[in-house]
Write a protein that binds this ligand. Structure first.
Ligand code: NAD
Length: 334
């Protein structure tokens, strides 16, 4: 297939380009712009587009793609909340994704945020470079014996359970479905409110759906332990950022680690260091000493990128040769 790759960064070109040369399949054209109604015209004449988390794949964009002859959208990520699946189905456009590449990458980054926040590595780094060797303000706690709440125990959540059990934590789990592997590791399934009221650390690993949108709101924060650590490496809109800021100001939230942000589409993956930050909510988050934010990099390991590239091209090969794909995403019925 002739594939227009949107939102291309140098690493996308490196890994997708390598996978394409290895498989000798598909002709990839790398485009820097993000896919939206203005840039969709660039895909005219391409069989498929390859997109990432912040590309806009709504009804208007899909209509333009269909008019231009595009038959497939290949997501080079797991989440598909940015795609209007009903519109895609109506227009006869197949949507495929990479459901699993490296749950370890995201789980390990989650734990990196936990450890950084607890032991104040982000502050210690600057202090030492500034010749300040005082320890005041850097006091942490032993993870052993603490309670970690894992919301969403699919592939990534399961790895978080495994690692945190290794630290000697008690792990509470919440999911629509029980994962026997998480139970075998010692994870205890509880109602969400019980998880909120008992966990010292709450970590989110669900997909963004209408049900999980703002799952962490003012009510949820109020149910949590005073000084709780909240970690979100799933999708930004699972958290109501305004409620979190209030929680940080009151001390109800003692630590916040984010790899994703509700309005990240305007910020993440770009070098904006020479531009005035216009997002006042994001700017407020940056003022807290107990907040660590990374720019949607949890997936970003060599292993994950190799796997993403291989699966993305494999999905297109499968679609082209059989008209089907095991990694196809369809709109929920109704
Ligand atoms: P997965 O599908 O394996 O697991 C998701 C789990 O969430 C499932 O067990 C599902 O039953 C559960 N779930 C769904 N709705 C729920 C609800 N309302 N309440 C409780 N549980 C619910 O997915 P995964 O591979 O573990 O990925 C989880 C999420 O992590 C993805 O959807 C994606 O948004 C995010 N992600 C982020 C990055 C990153 O770089 N930050 C990378 C990959 C994935």
């Amino acid at each position: 297939m002739k594939v227009a790759v949107f939102s291309t960064k140098p690493y996308d070109e490196q890994f997708l380009g390598q996978a394409s040369r290895d498989s000798q399949e598909h002709e990839l054209v790398f485009l820097e712009p993000r896919l939206n109604t203005t840039t969709a015209a660039l895909a005219k004449g391409f069989d498929a587009v390859c997109v990432f988390v912040n590309d806009q794949v709504d009804g208007a964009v899909l209509e333009q793609l269909a008019e231009g002859g595009t038959r497939a959208v290949a997501l080079r990520c797991a989440g598909f909340n940015n795609v209007d699946l009903k519109a895609a189905e109506r227009l006869g456009i197949d949507v495929v994704r990479v459901p699993a590449y490296s749950p370890y990458a995201v789980a390990e980054h989650t734990v990196a945020l936990i450890l950084t926040l607890n032991r104040q590595i982000h502050r210690a780094y600057h202090r030492i470079r500034d010749g300040n060797f005082a320890l005041d303000g850097l006091l942490g706690f032993d993870l052993r014996g603490r309670t970690v709440g894992v919301v969403g125990t699919g592939q990534i959540g399961l790895e978080v359970v495994r690692i945190m059990r290794g630290f000697g934590c008690r792990v509470l789990c919440h999911d629509l479905h029980t994962n026997p592997e998480a139970q075998q590791l010692g994870g205890e399934y509880v109602a969400l409110d019980d998880l909120f009221s008992q966990a010292d650390i709450v970590s989110l690993h669900c997909p963004l759906t209408p049900d999980t949108h703002h799952l962490i709101n003012a009510d949820a924060v109020a149910k949590m332990k005073q000084g709780v650590m909240l970690i979100n490496t799933s999708r930004g809109a699972m958290v109501d950022t305004a409620a979190i800021i209030e929680g940080l100001k009151s001390g109800q939230i003692g630590y916040l680690g984010l790899d994703v942000y509700e309005e990240e589409g305007d910020l993440f993956f770009e070098d904006l260091s020479n531009i005035v930050l216009k997002d006042d909510v994001f700017a407020r988050l940056l003022t807290f000493p107990n907040v660590v934010i990374t720019g949607h990099q949890a997936f970003f390991t060599r292993n994950a990128l190799e796997s993403i590239a291989r699966t993305t091209l494999g999905n297109l090969t499968e679609l082209e040769s059989t008209g089907q794909c095991a990694n196809r995403v369809t709109a929920p019925a109704g």
